[in-house]
Design a protein around this ligand. Structure first.
Ligand code: PEP
Length: 250
């Protein structure tokens, strides 16, 4: 059975010291459970501190919020896949809506990042999702399908290594959450896309992200189509994050 994934995207918060303090509280409170993994995406400067603290903790992983597709060179401000690996990270977010909409990242760049991560044997967590205008224009499924194009051309074994997060842009940081049924409709389409590209339905992992909190996480992960959550704001508080990561555990 596939494991639930609870992923924390800290965005531009928690520098090295604050990240260590957070992790010490979290690791003390969190009781591991065989049915789930907890993933952290700290700021780049905090990645090594977090990775060092979880080295021996099964089911807890860390990765980067962004990578460049080139291996090295004159790319001021960027981070290579090898650097993430050396810092102890084994995955990275790709195509987060803030990368797409604030920094103008294109589908082509997203595709190159996915390939660079796979080549470096890191797990890409590809984020897809529509804006409110696209939703209201009835374009949700076509937008998500276009964004999934970042994975086209990959063989089925490689595709099965990728995790996808459906994050409607209008739900990120807004307090508006897609209903489990709304999210499920898009998750079904994403899973079918994976199946059409040779991945067994049970192996495709599709997370939901957008204003997930302790109060709504259980309802979301109870939906069979939702394999876990990607969380921004509520992952910055150790108590809230522990409650989210332990949803459904007695
Ligand atoms: C995110 O940044 O991926 C996210 C889902 O943010 P929030 O939980 O704050 O909506």
């Amino acid at each position: 059975m596939r494991k639930l994934i609870f992923a924390a995207n800290w965005k531009m918060h928690l520098g090295p010291e604050a990240a260590v303090q957070f992790m010490q509280v979290f690791l003390q409170r969190f009781k591991s459970s065989a049915d789930r993994e907890v993933w952290f995406f700290p700021a780049a400067v905090s990645l090594k501190s977090v990775a060092d603290l979880i080295r021996d903790r099964a089911g807890i992983r860390a990765g980067a919020q962004n990578v460049h597709w080139e291996k090295k060179g004159a790319f001021t401000g960027e981070l290579s896949v090898d650097m993430v690996h050396e810092a102890g990270g084994n995955m990275a977010l790709v195509g987060h809506s803030e990368r797409r909409h604030v920094f103008g990242e294109t589908d082509e760049e997203t595709a190159k990042k996915v390939r660079a991560l796979l080549e470096g044997r890191l797990t890409p967590l590809l984020c897809v999702g529509e804006t409110i205008e696209q939703r209201e224009a009835g374009e949700t499924l076509s937008v998500v399908e276009r964004q999934l194009g970042a994975l086209s051309g990959l063989d089925s074994a490689t595709l099965a290594r990728i995790v996808i997060a459906y994050e409607p842009v209008w739900a990120i940081g807004t307090g508006k959450t897609a209903t489990p049924a709304d999210a499920a409709e898009v998750h079904v389409m994403i899973r079918q896309w994976c199946v059409d590209h040779g991945v067994a339905a049970g192996n495709a992992r599709v997370l939901y992200g957008g204003s997930v909190k302790p109060g709504n996480v259980q309802e979301l992960v109870s939906e069979p189509e939702i394999d876990g959550v990607l969380v921004g704001g509520a992952s910055l508080d150790p108590a809230d994050w522990t409650a989210i990561a332990q949803a459904g555990v007695d």
